[in-house]
Design a protein around this ligand. Structure first.
Ligand code: ADP
Ligand code: MG
Length: 274
C-alpha cells in the first residue's frame, strides 16, 4: 500500500478559552493526494482555519495525527507555504524584498531569484510596485504580494486561507484563473479555504464541506470544472461562461444544500413564531 501524500487521522481540536472549552474539530479524517486542489468551504467558525493551521504546523491536534508523506507534522516547514487571511508582509521591506524572502533563504543565486520574483510579481499584476513598501498599497494589493511570496517558495504544498476575500470581484476572478494556471504548471498541492462556494467549485478538484459545533466534514466531492477552464482559453469570458452552465450551477446548489442542510435550525424568533 502506498503512503498517502497528506493524511489527517481522527483529528480532534479543543481550544481552551477562559473557563470554556471549544471543540473546534471532531473526528476529522482526510486524505489528500499530491497535486490536488482542495477547497474547504463552510460557514464561519466551522474549523477551516484550524484545519489549515494543523497542516501548516502552527497548531498540534488535541487528538489524532496529521501526516505529510507518512511523517507526523511537528511544526512549520519550508515544504508548506501559507497565505494567511490577512496579508502578513514585512513592513520595512519593499514588495520585491518580501517576495524574495523564500528564494533568498534557500540560497538561490541573485539572477535566478530576480527572475523568480519578477515572474510572480508579473503574475499578480504588481511589477510596477516592486520598489514600493506594503503601507503604500491597498489591502487587496498587499494580499496579491502575499500570494506571490507564497508561490515563489519552492514548497510542494500551498495553504491559502480565504486569500481573495478582500479583493474586488474582477481582481478576484483574475486571481482564480492565475492560481489555476500556476497550479497546473507547477503541480503544487493547494489547500484553499473559502466561504465562496462558487469560487470553490470553479477552482477545486475537490470540495470539502465543513459544518460547525463541532467542526466536522459533511461532504467531500470531486469537481472537474478547473480542468475544463484550463483547456479553455482561460479568459474571463470562459470563466463566466463555465460558472453559468447548468452543470456548474447544479454542483454549486448541491454544495449549498449540504451547507444549509447541516446548519442550525432557525430560532423560533427568526422564523416569526412567537
Ligand atoms: P473558521 O476558519 O471556519 O471560521 P476557526 O478554525 O477559526 O473557524 O474556528 C473554529 C472554532 O474554534 C470557532 O468556534 C472559534 O471561535 C474557535 N477558535 C478558533 N481559534 C481559537 C482560539 N485561539 N482560542 C479559542 N477558540 C478558538
Ligand atoms: Mg477562518
Amino acid at each position: 500500500m502506498t503512503t498517502p501524500f497528506l493524511e489527517a487521522k481522527q483529528i480532534g481540536v479543543w481550544y481552551r478559552s477562559g473557563s470554556q472549552v471549544v471543540n473546534a474539530l471532531r473526528s476529522v479524517n482526510l486524505t489528500i493526494n499530491e497535486g490536488d486542489f482542495v477547497c474547504l468551504v463552510g460557514p464561519s467558525g466551522c474549523g477551516k482555519t484550524t484545519l489549515l493551521h494543523l497542516i501548516a504546523g502552527f497548531l498540534q491536534p488535541s487528538k489524532g495525527d496529521v501526516l505529510l508523506k507518512g511523517r507526523r507534522i511537528g511544526g512549520p516547514g519550508s515544504d508548506r507555504a501559507v497565505v494567511m487571511q490577512h496579508p502578513t508582509l514585512m513592513p520595512w521591506m519593499t514588495v520585491y524584498q518580501n517576495v524574495e524572502i523564500g528564494p533568498r533563504t534557500r540560497g538561490v543565486s541573485v539572477p535566478e531569484r530576480r527572475e523568480t520574483v519578477e515572474h510572480y510579481l508579473k503574475l499578480v499584476g504588481l511589477s510596477e510596485f516592486a520598489q514600493r513598501h506594503p503601507y503604500e498599497l491597498s489591502g487587496g494589493m498587499q494580499q496579491r504580494v502575499a500570494v506571490a511570496r507564497a508561490l515563489a517558495n519552492d514548497s510542494q504544498v500551498v495553504l491559502m486561507d480565504e486569500p481573495f476575500g478582500a479583493l474586488d470581484a474582477l481582481t478576484r476572478e483574475t486571481m482564480q484563473l492565475e492560481l489555476l494556471r500556476i497550479w497546473s504548471l507547477t503541480g503544487k498541492t493547494i489547500i484553499f479555504v473559502t466561504h465562496d462556494v462558487e469560487e470553490a467549485v470553479a477552482c477545486g478538484t475537490r470540495v470539502i464541506v465543513m459544518t460547525p459545533r463541532p467542526g466536522r466534514i459533511v461532504m467531500d466531492r470531486p469537481v472537474e470544472f478547473s480542468r475544463s477552464l484550463l483547456t479553455d482559453k482561460r479568459s474571463m469570458t470562459s470563466l463566466r461562461a463555465v460558472k453559468s452552465t447548468s452543470a456548474f450551477v447544479a454542483v454549486r446548489e448541491e454544495l449549498m444544500g449540504s451547507i444549509l442542510g447541516s446548519a442550525d435550525p432557525p430560532s423560533p424568533l427568526a422564523s416569526g413564531v412567537h
